[in-house]
Design a protein around this ligand. Structure first.
Ligand code: NAD
Length: 496
């Protein structure tokens, strides 16, 4: 593998080009920070103007391309992603650190998404309904929205851009993707694939650079019709404020503080596997990561002992090493953030059962030990704030009702899980948990692309990604009435 940094340009109007201001940003390998993975152009407001202009121009034609023909391009994206899956997964492991098996899963999610939305090109169903008047026909059709700005995080650098781009494109919108500055190379390869799939110039556009500069410029730009952002709640609030002022359609997918409940009747081995994967998969850097374990008092001691034993055995290492189960955190800032939360936990009276330290190696990798905090109460900051690292807190509960109450006692509402053998409790949990996703006897992570994805409360703003629900984000409903009576008919009046 060559260690030459990859050069990442913008893709605007069908052409690869450097930013007009000549700025650059680097992405580093979080497993050995001194290795520069990519050098990306860093865009400014002029580049935003150029991308919006290209996308607006292309929209005039793209919206009129029949949806099944638009879908053929998506199908091609799926095929090309399949061909380049290993290359992309390897790059992803180097650029943001996740273990190679998980990186393959990330690309696979993009492939699944491409084929799913390619299928939608032959559906995009509307409805017909009877009119209350004679000789009148009524139906609904989906309309594209226009130019969509898509702002994405680094933790799923292929899957999340695909979740947003592909439904937007099949609905007839044109897009401008602003990927996270930690993962420009993954976005660049994805756009090589988009370019090879044959989208007309201006339909797909890529702007590399900082969120503070171009993210907010996209939110402010009058030529952007919709903004879809996945990121932290703080960023979501900033963007929402701008989009409120500029009357822009906005879809937000933000943070989480997800919990897994383990009841006294649970299959403990299964619950243990789920907890390990949910808490430490992707080094805890998933929006759906398990960051709270709500353990019934009857099983807490045994479950904790087994969890500690298994956590000790987890293999930490560069994502690219096939034996690694836990990769590094994405960057030094994230490492500092996670460390700071351990100090906060200690100061609040929690005990570190295992982990709690960064792992210093000569490569200056951003590794942090998988960490379990005990003696945590629901009011502590580590029980309420998103840490986004391999840290899980243990909270003891004495009843099912208390477990649900504590699970719901958060400003977030993304994913949730309960392990129980009791069918009645499983159904009560399905009904009473306040979250966009609930798993019964499964961990909090593991979404599939054909189901809606997103959360309640401050995790989002009511929209859902993925599945059929994403079509409602990227299209508007039009109600159409066709009167073939040859006379004026007044609803609610002439038929009464
Ligand atoms: P982040 O909010 O720092 O960045 C996300 C994106 O927003 C990046 O592309 C960034 O450049 C851009 N951005 C930053 N500041 C901006 C601004 N002022 N205006 C416009 N854009 C701006 O988040 P991150 O650290 O990249 O990702 C981690 C966060 O994302 C976590 O909070 C995690 O829970 C969340 N996340 C949520 C989901 C979900 O579906 N709910 C999925 C993955 C990640």
């Amino acid at each position: 593998m060559t260690n030459q940094p990859i050069s990442c340009l913008n893709y605007i109007g069908g052409k690869w080009q450097a930013s007009t201001n000549g700025g650059q940003i680097e992405s580093h390998n979080p497993a050995q920070w001194k290795e520069i993975v990519a050098i990306a152009t860093s865009s400014g407001r002029t580049d935003v103007d150029l991308a919006v202009q290209a996308a607006r121009e292309a929209y005039r034609h793209w919206r009129l391309v029949p949806a099944p023909a638009r879908a053929e391009k998506l199908f091609r994206v799926g095929e090309l992603l399949q061909q380049r899956k290993e290359e992309l997964a390897t790059l992803m492991s180097r650029e943001m650190g996740k273990p190679i098996t998980e990186a393959r899963g990330d690309v696979q999610e993009g492939i699944d998404c491409a084929f799913y939305y390619a299928g939608e090109g032959r559906r995009l169903f509307g409805q017909t309904m009877p009119s209350e008047l004679s000789n009148k026909f009524a139906m609904t059709v989906r309309m594209p929205i226009g130019v969509c700005a898509l702002i994405t995080p680094w933790n799923f650098p292929v899957a999340i851009p695909c979740w947003k781009s592909l439904p937007a494109l099949v609905c007839g919108n044109t897009i401008i993707l602003k990927p996270a500055k930690d993962t420009p190379a993954c976005a660049s390869i994805l756009f090589e694939i988009f370019a090879a799939a044959g989208f007309p110039p201006g339909v797909v556009n890529l702007l590399q650079g900082s969120g503070e500069v171009i993210g907010s410029a996209l939110a402010e730009h009058p030529g952007v019709d919709l903004l879809s952002l996945t990121g932290s709640s703080a960023t979501g609030a900033k963007v929402a404020e701008i989009c409120g002022r500029t009357h822009k359609r906005l879809c937000l997918e933000l943070g989480g503080k997800n919990a897994q409940i383990v009841m006294e009747d649970a299959n403990l081995e299964l619950a243990l596997e789920g907890a390990l994967w949910g808490a430490f998969g992707t080094t805890g850097q998933r929006c759906t990561a398990t960051s709270r374990l709500l353990l019934h008092s009857d099983i807490k001691a045994e479950f904790t002992a087994r969890l500690l034993e298994r956590t000790k055995q987890l293999k930490i290492g560069a994502g690219i090493e096939p034996s690694s189960e836990i990769g590094p955190l994405v960057n030094p800032a994230q490492l500092e953030r996670v460390k700071a939360y351990i100090d906060i936990a200690r100061n609040e009276g929690a005990q570190v059962l295992i982990g709690g330290e960064s792992i210093n190696n000569k490569e200056r990798g951003c590794f942090f030990q998988p960490t379990i905090l005990d003696g945590v109460t629901p009011t502590m900051r580590v029980a309420r704030e998103e840490i986004f690292g391999p840290v899980v807190v243990l909270i003891e509960v004495t009843s099912f009702e208390e477990a649900i109450e504590i699970l719901n006692d958060t400003s977030y509402g993304l994913s949730s899980s309960i392990y129980t053998q009791d069918i009645n409790r499983a159904f009560q949990a399905m009904r009473d948990i306040e979250a966009g996703i609930t798993y019964i006897n499964g961990p909090t992570i593991g979404a599939e692309v054909h189901l809606p994805f997103g959360g309640v409360k401050q995790t989002g703003n009511g929209h859902r990604e993925a599945g059929n629900a994403a079509l409602d984000v990227f299209s508007d409903w039009k109600s159409v009435y066709i009167d073939f009576s040859g006379k004026l008919q007044r609803a609610q009046i002439d038929n009464r």
